[in-house]
Ligand binder design. Structure first.
Ligand code: GDP
Ligand code: MG
Length: 421
């Protein structure tokens, strides 16, 4: 059984700045040569693993990220400034997948170590200014390239969670209600065979970069240690928690509360005596009910550390969250289980495929070739020449020849048709 946090975000790298058409202006030189500067490159978007984060809950609050665009080129061959890269911090252990529009999702990286870093969206290259296009036959080129668009894609993050805090208590103590009011997100429980007792999981957000995982242990009193409800795997998760919240039903008189407390403790001990050594916060629920405050005061005579909450009015809830967080931070780290590395094949970004249509047309598809078509202005001979050179460099030309393409065959890329020669 796995507790899995998940988040989906969109990232956009910066577009490259445009190259410009400009001419040299110098005293006494009536008509200077081309002097249009290149556009700056767009900033890329990176993910970086940091031990400061422990869940993906922040991505519920911010889902869109973009890096800065490159600036356009200037006069006198001046290049535009490049856009700054954007680095998004993620928890250590985050597994990264990405999908370009209309394409299947691909595994990108497992950021297993602090500082592991991966590029998820590449910044667009800046366009060339007309300074590069002078030739012996064309001394006043009026051609400049636009910057490439930055990559945009959907990124899915996955993180295996460990439960930090378990909530225990008799049925009706208010466990589920507490979990629902403190949870900013409800992670998935994977590989969990259906049973009548469903564990509940919540990510509790303490601040912008602090959060912890709380798990409701519903089956305890219902005979979990006899194997009736929750599986061993679930019990292991509970054993790894760093703090427990023991909820006592504030609707009950003091003697019943104390009786419940003892019952739960003996259940815990029967299941695993080590659980009794865990730092435990004793909490009276339903403080909004008549008499609950009075009962809490009485309980404190025996347990001075006991506190009270009301999930209904939220009284004491935030204070409890801080107290749990403090306890977790002070408690020893549980043993960390590292998941076996997933074996997923990486498809290089500039891969392409060539298929032969029924009418004999060669249909080429692939992220980079399609982009190239989108960027090229086919009215310009120079742009066309560059297009052909790039295809050759990528190996498209060679592959076509291998597939038997001959002069005059039709080649289609992203809706454009070309004649092979
Ligand atoms: N008045 C009041 N009722 C509560 C509060 N918290 C939970 N309850 C009620 O107590 C009952 C049991 O709560 P539940 O969260 O399901 O308990 P669990 O069995 O421990 O998960 C439900 O009827 C809740 O509405 C509270 O803060 N104030
Ligand atoms: Mg419940």
């Amino acid at each position: 059984m796995k507790f899995i946090d998940e988040a989906s975000i969109t990232v956009a790298a910066g577009d490259g700045g445009n190259g410009i058409v400009a001419w040299r202006r110098e005293k006494y030189i009536p008509k200077g040569g081309p002097a249009g500067g290149d556009g700056g490159h767009g900033g890329g978007v990176f993910l970086e693993a940091t031990p400061e984060l422990s869940t993906l809950v922040e991505f519920r609050f911010k889902r869109q990220f973009h890096a800065e665009a490159g600036k356009a080129g200037g006069q006198s061959n001046k290049s535009g400034r490049s856009g700054d890269d954007l680095t998004i911090p993620v928890p250590v252990g985050t597994i990264v997948y990405r999908a370009f529009e209309g394409k299947p999702e691909q595994f990108v990286a497992d950021l297993a170590q602090p500082g592991d870093r991966v590029l998820v969206a590449k910044g667009g290259k800046g366009g060339l200014g007309n300074q590069h296009f002078a030739t012996s036959t064309r001394q006043a080129p009026r051609i400049a390239y636009n910057g490439e668009p930055g990559e945009k894609c959907a990124v899915r993050l996955e993180l295996r969670l460990l439960a930090d805090c378990g909530v225990i208590g008799v049925p009706n103590a208010g466990k589920s209600t507490l979990l629902s009011v403190v949870s900013a997100a409800r992670p998935k429980i994977a590989d969990y065979p259906f049973t009548t007792i469903e564990p509940q999981l919540g990510v509790v957000r303490v601040s912008d970069d602090e959060s912890f995982v709380m798990v409701d242990v519903p089956g305890l009193i219902e005979g979990a240690h006899e194997g009736a409800g929750l599986g061993d795997q679930f019990l292991k998760h509970v054993e790894r928690t760093r703090a427990l919240v023991h909820l006592l039903d504030g609707a009950k008189p003091l003697d019943e509360m104390l009786h419940d407390k003892t019952t739960i403790e003996s259940e815990l001990g029967a299941w695993n005596p080590k659980l009794l050594d865990k730092p435990t916060l004793v909490v009276v629920s339903k403080l909004d009910l008549p008499d609950a405050q009075q009962r809490l005061a009485e309980l404190r005579e025996q347990f001075p550390e006991a506190r009270g909450i009301s999930s209904a009015t939220r009284e004491g809830v935030q204070e409890l969250v801080y107290a749990v967080w403090q306890t977790i931070k002070e408690a020893p780290l549980p043993e960390v289980v590292t998941p076996p590395p997933a074996h997923i094949e990486l498809v290089p970004h500039d891969a392409f495929t060539i298929e032969r249509a029924k009418d004999g047309t060669f249909v080429i598809s692939g992220e980079r070739v399609e982009r190239l078509v989108a960027l090229t202005n086919f009215d310009s001979d120079e742009a066309l020449a560059r297009f052909e050179r790039t295809l050759a460099k990528m190996g498209v030309e060679k592959k076509l020849r291998e597939l038997g393409a001959v002069d005059g065959d039709t080649v289609r890329i992203a809706g454009y048709e070309f004649t092979y020669s």
